[in-house]
Design a protein around this ligand. Structure first.
Ligand code: GLC
Length: 563
């Protein structure tokens, strides 16, 4: 009997009357840090761990509770750290293990969480496993990677690398091809080898035992390959071709379940997978009863652009929300990351309504159902970089993409326009802290990637001083979310699915109901102010000011408490 009472109390603590699972990571707000570009403490032009530690208070004041940091493991840096040479070492450009420990301690002191970026699909070709495994077929590490016999002149099959070209590269020492879904210097690990899985699990435990609160699992949907290596039908695009063979492959869910069983479930952690899947299959990753991972990032939202705001935006978001809306399923809300151009430039309007559209997107991010992910600088309304020349771009995929467009017969200038608009470097420029040289990011003469010249106008210091800034609006939204569980756990309903301009939705939890109204356009739109509504926040109003005419101004966002 005693046991039953105890079980009932435990369940009550985790699931409230509305059946909501109150895991910490459902209520948290995540802030993504791209370490190269966040803050440079040692003056070498590259952001580092000490720099992040210096800025914990900035994040804490913003109200952020969890940070996700992109890879800072030892790496040759050909794909900015996603090519890991040693999972257990910090790359010297970011500092030392002592710097890491100090950062973690600083976060814990403020009850903040840290999730690390974990790259389990591939390593760097400089990783010891690959060095040894590629030197001889007899090496115990040979089977850590995926090989196909053949000869130099004929590729094993037509599988493409996501970064362009073939997924196979010839290795002269063993006279075989190895598989890589990204760069040729990023060989894919052989997850079918239990030793590979055990080695990765051991390494994950190392970080979790240090007190890390979870992982963003890079390219995790790619880990299981179809080892019969059938030819792919590339006519419907690369992702359709990869599906079932490389992406969402044969043993993927078995491996995720095993990883959960052997590692994750022993810690109170948050795992968010970078997953390419359709919304109807997404539950397989996150349904709690399956014991795989906590949540995923879906990419339909990240691929949206300005041309698709309004109904396509709403359809995409609502579709995913419905797919992951069972009481125990959970979603994430994300508009951009280090792989996509800036949200305000892509979906918002950075020419005429930068501040307004950045606030509107922030209101969406922080009131929609799911764990919100803010990408560094989004809280300042930072914009894409005005690239003039391909040589200004470091992103390796921009260069391979540029060459591919040239090969297809595009002129240099036309190819450059495409690349400048889409390159990942748009989001990777240094954070603009203030109006001093190099935006206060570094004391070096030259940062690793140029600071956006708009930094004198857009920077954290000036926005801290301005209560109408994007930064202040984000802080208000985060505080509002934290203080009102209806914004976290409340059921979602789209009240305007057919409206091309307005996104109106409610969040409802027991007797509480809130209504969020977003004008997604640059024009004024008539709007009937809800009679029972009390305006809690408007992106146009001063703090506390109840300024709510029955017309929504360009990109205006309003939040009403209905009852
Ligand atoms: C993920 C990362 C991206 C990286 C790739 C290969 O997509 O987000 O930045 O290039 O994986 O690791």
């Amino acid at each position: 009997m005693k046991n039953y009472i105890w079980i009932a109390i435990t369940l009550f603590c985790f699931f409230d009357a509305a059946g909501q699972d109150k895991k910490w990571w459902r209520a948290t707000v995540v802030y993504q840090i791209y370490p190269q570009s966040f803050k440079d403490a040692d003056g070498d032009g590259i952001g580092d761990l000490k720099g992040i530690t210096q800025k914990i208070d900035y994040l804490h004041q913003l109200g952020v509770e969890t940070i996700w940091i992109n890879p800072f493991y030892k790496s040759p840096g050909l794909d900015n750290g996603y090519d890991i040479a040693d999972y257990l070492a910090i790359d010297p450009q970011y500092g030392t293990m002592a710097d890491f420990d100090a950062l973690l301690a600083g976060l814990k002191k403020r009850k903040m969480h840290l999730i690390m970026d974990m790259v389990l699909n591939h390593t760097s070709s400089e990783h010891e496993w690959f060095r040894q495994g590629s030197s001889s077929r007899q090496s115990p590490f040979h089977d850590f990677y995926i090989w196909q016999k053949g000869n130099r002149d004929s590729l094993p099959n037509n599988w493409p690398s996501i970064f362009g070209g073939s997924a196979w590269t010839w290795n002269e020492q063993t006279r075989e091809y190895y598989l890589h879904m990204f760069l040729d210097k990023q060989p894919d690990l052989n997850w079918d080898n239990p030793l590979v899985r055990q080695s990765l699990y051991k390494m994950m435990r190392f970080w979790l035992d240090k007190g890390v609160d979870g992982f963003r699992l890079d390219a995790i949907s790619l880990i299981s390959k179809n080892k019969s290596f059938p030819p792919m039908d590339l006519s419907k695009g690369i992702f359709a071709a990869l599906n079932g063979n490389v992406n969402n492959g044969p043993h993927l869910h078995r491996y995720l379940h095993e990883m959960n069983d052997q590692v994750l479930r022993k810690y109170n952690v948050f795992t968010v997978g970078e997953v390419y899947t359709d919304k109807d299959s997404a539950w397989q990753y996150v349904a709690p009863a399956r014991n795989e991972i906590s949540a995923i990032h879906f990419f339909d939202g990240l691929w949206l652009s300005g041309k698709t705001t309004g109904i396509p935006f709403k359809n995409t978001m609502d579709g995913w929300n419905t797919a992951l809306s069972g009481k125990q399923s959970w979603n994430t809300v994300i508009l951009t990351n280090h792989d996509y151009p800036r949200a305000v430039s892509r979906i918002g309007n950075d020419s005429m309504y930068r501040v307004e559209s950045a606030k509107m997107l922030g209101a969406f991010l922080l009131t929609y159902r799911g764990t919100p992910f803010i990408f560094q600088g989004e809280e300042l309304g930072m914009t894409n970089y005005p690239f003039n020349n391909i040589s200004e771009i470091k992103d390796v995929t921009a260069h391979t993409g540029f060459a591919a467009l040239q090969q297809q017969g595009m002129s240099d200038s036309a190819a450059f326009v495409v690349i400048a608009m889409t390159t990942r470097d748009n989001a990777r420029t240094p954070i603009q802290w203030d109006a001093s040289p190099n935006a206060g990011f570094t004391t070096a003469e030259k940062p690793w990637l140029s600071v956006n010249p708009d930094f004198t106008n857009i920077n954290a210091a000036s926005q801290q001083a301005d209560t109408m800034s994007v930064l202040h609006f984000y802080a208000r939204l985060i505080a509002l979310r934290k203080a009102n569980p209806v914004l976290i756990y409340g059921d979602f309903e789209d009240k305007s699915p057919k409206d091309p301009s307005l996104y109106v939705y409610t969040r409802t939890l027991k007797t509480k109901q809130w209504q969020i109204v977003l004008n997604m356009t640059a024009t004024e739109v008539d709007y009937t102010v809800p009679t029972t509504g009390k305006l809690v926040l408007s992106s146009y109003g001063k703090k506390g000011q109840n300024d709510a005419p029955s017309v929504l101004r360009p990109y205006e966002a309003r939040i009403y408490r209905l009852h």
